[in-house]
Design a protein around this ligand. Structure first.
Ligand code: SF4
Length: 686
């Protein structure tokens, strides 16, 4: 690895600005050992380590040496693009070994040829403006090599008809499809089979892992090793794909596809139309139960009202697992719902008509392939709906999400550690987990416990940044308790003082939307700097504006806490309002916490604190992105100093200086602007 990463190494020769980084070599050697000795490895590599090259080089060596493919999975699109557009082409030029790399995105990024052909003869468009857009997609699909919608840069990101023509797994006919050979998924898979390195995202990786060994849906070719970058996101993504869900969209899509089936038998066609109308009617009644009341967007617990017996279709009404159906995040948010009996009736009626659809299609003579696909989807839908409605498996949490026009009923495994052990860590000889934020209070106990990773080497790679001189942590004196009535005005006052000292150039990150809005409303009228607010434009547009607007201040929440990269003076300050504890009323968080308590543990110390530390580190990681960056981190929450657990937060942050003197911030920035060294008095942490 020294020959590649060392001061006189191949990378240094090819890249005049390359800085030799001991932490990078150390990480590369650890990754190489993990490949050679076939063990798992956890590496925390903060910004400035150069972690992507540190795992790519040994991954390429391992793949070329053994001929066994390595999969690299990322959490964000930015990182995937960095790997494919920058790091991998660079290494293809620099390294003597010749290797091939391919990218695979989630299936719904690709057009489905079969659905597009069908769409020509039936309406998928909801407005006149979509006619031109559809024509453009249709012309593009005859020319594109990849079928990746990212190529359609002229069209809006949210094309309303895209979901009717994308290549998602549940609608796929697999090898029975008449377009299987030219299919973009088949071609993507072939490119991946020919590659040594395959770059995917976590959603595709875990969707594939959940479906592996099944007949449909799995797309990744076999691999000998996997590198999971941005691995702090894995628990949530795995939980999504190892769980199950039923949505309003699923039933709408099913009915739509029944409507366009080409059935020769006239009697069967009429019968299907009757059944579809009944399914629609019962589905409408069923969904009313979950969308009435205040109909707020968000995630809510499904409450077992009458747990006495299971809602087995055919059993008397009222003996359901779920009645009253929805318990909102707080008692005050109670949703009105159908009475339990009515919901159970609606569910049984829906299930019966879905069953009728299944049997009617099953007995058709000369069943078209599309009909077989609908039978399979209907069977799965009934199974999933029954699983959720029963709500009997104690290893799952049952919940509801309202997003846009959709309602999603979900069952998620509360603890994914056993599933990950069975499906990943025991099956794949080398799994590398890396991220800038995986440890808390200097150890990996939390991530090991959450992911079931008992048997893995671990390391924290040293960053090249000189945090002691590049950053200062400002903890304001005398802040009230964040739950008190005085909090909002005191926080706003502090934010104004800090921003005046830093001349804006800041992200103000809140742990909740309401906190963000309140700070924005109180602070922005008092400032002479341009203020931007999350939600006022797309994330990309806001970031572009922030980068291009001198002294801008962006008020945002968790979506700006990770995967955002603003280098240089433009981002000189990150203010975090409260310690980012996960919302305890979130149904999945609450279930995980209950599970830990039931096992005799402390959910606060074993889950909430380490999880919040990792989130805080993510937020603060936005600030220092290069060796020349300078900046102020500010945490307004006084609990970081007044509570025992606050020490764990402080120990987990980069070793920067801390101060409570606002005047020192001003001096720091006067110094920075004039180009002198960034110095503040105060103690040092870490
Ligand atoms: S194989 Fe599946 S994804 Fe490909 S064209 Fe056919 S139905 Fe669409």
């Amino acid at each position: 690895m020294h020959e590649i990463f060392g001061p006189e190494g191949l990378i240094s020769k090819a890249h005049p600005e390359y800085e030799h980084r001991p932490g990078q070599i150390e990480m590369a050697e650890a990754v190489l050992r993990a490949f050679e000795q076939k063990h798992h490895l956890i590496v925390e590599a903060g910004t400035g380590t150069g972690k992507t090259l540190a795992y790519l080089v040994p991954a390429i060596a391992a793949a070329c040496g053994s001929g066994a493919r390595v999969v690299i999975s990322t959490g964000t699109k930015n990182l995937q693009e960095q790997l494919m557009d920058k790091d991998i082409p660079f290494l293809q030029d620099v390294l003597p070994a010749k290797f091939r790399a391919a990218v695979m995105k989630g299936r719904n990024n690709y057009a489905c040829l079969h659905r597009i052909r069908r769409a020509e003869s039936m309406p998928v468009l909801e407005g006149l403006d979509q006619i031109d857009q559809f024509d453009e997609v249709f012309r593009w699909v005859t020319k594109t090599e990849t079928g990746d919608r990212a190529e359609l840069s002229n069209l809006p990101e949210n094309l309303p008809f895209w979901r009717h023509i994308d290549a998602r797994s549940d609608i796929c006919l697999g090898q029975q499809c008449p377009d299987f050979e030219p299919c973009f998924i088949t071609r993507m898979r072939q490119r991946a089979i020919d590659a040594d390195i395959v770059v995917v995202n976590h959603h595709l990786f875990f969707a594939d892992l959940a479906l592996r060994n099944g007949a449909y849906g799995a797309v990744l070719p076999d691999y000998a090793a996997v590198i999971l970058d941005e691995a702090h996101q894995i628990e949530d993504v795995a939980s999504e794909y190892f769980g199950t869900q039923v949505s309003t969209y699923q039933i709408d899509d099913l009915l739509r596809d029944v409507g366009i089936l080409k059935i020769e038998e006239g009697g069967a066609e009429r019968e299907l139309a009757r059944i579809s109308a009944r399914i629609q009617r019962f589905a409408d009644i069923f969904w009313i139960s979950f969308s009435e009341g205040r109909g707020l967007e968000g995630r809510f617990a499904l409450a077992p009202n009458m747990r006495g017996s299971s809602p087995t279709p055919g059993s008397p009404a009222g003996e359901s697992g779920w009645g009253g159906t929805v318990r909102e995040s707080s008692e005050a948010d109670q949703t009105s719902a159908l009475p339990a009996d009515a919901l159970t009736d609606a569910y049984f009626a829906l299930d019966n008509t879905l069953n009728r659809l299944e049997t009617t299609l099953d007995v058709l003579k000369d069943t078209p392939t599309d009909a077989e696909n609908i039978v399979r989807r209907t069977r799965q839908l009934r199974f999933d709906l029954n699983f959720i409605m029963k709500g009997e498996d104690k290893k799952f949490v049952y919940w509801l999400e309202r997003r846009g026009r959709g309602v999603f009923l979900r069952a998620s495994p509360i603890d994914v550690s056993g599933l990950l052990q069975d499906k990943l860590f025991q099956k794949v000889p080398t799994v590398i987990l890396t991220s800038a934020t995986l440890s808390s209070a200097g150890n990996f106990n939390f991530i090991r416990e959450r992911l079931g990773l008992d048997d893995a080497e671990e390391m924290i790679a040293e960053s090249i940044f000189d945090f002691e001189n590049q950053a200062v942590l400002y903890l304001p004196p005398r802040m009230p308790d964040p739950r008190s009535l005085q909090w909002a005005s005191a926080a706003a006052e502090e934010v104004i003082k800090i921003l005046n000292a830093t001349e804006g150039r800041a992200f103000v990150l809140s742990t909740s939307l309401s906190g963000m809005n309140e700070l924005y409303e109180r602070v922005s009228p008092q400032l002479d700097f341009p203020c931007l607010l999350q939600g006022s434009a797309s994330k990309g547009a806001l970031l572009r504006k922030f980068r291009n607007t001198p002294n801008a201040v962006l008020f945002a929440t968790s979506s700006f806490w990770q995967g955002v990269d603003v280098r240089g003076e433009q981002l000189s300050c990150v203010i975090i309002d409260k310690l980012p504890f996960a919302v305890p009323s979130d149904p999945v968080v609450a279930a995980r916490q209950r599970y830990i308590e039931d096992q005799g543990g402390s959910s606060f110390y074993e889950y909430s604190v380490p999880q919040a530390i990792i989130s805080l580190k993510q937020g603060l990681g936005r600030l220092i992105r290069s060796t020349t960056d300078r900046g102020v981190l500010a945490v307004l929450d006084p609990r970081i100093r007044t509570k025992m657990y606050g020490q764990a937060f402080l120990q987990s942050l980069p070793p920067c200086r801390i101060t409570s003197e606002i005047d020192e911030l001003a001096r720091v920035f006067e110094n920075q602007v004039s180009g002198s060294k960034f110095q503040v008095s105060g103690s040092t942490i870490g």
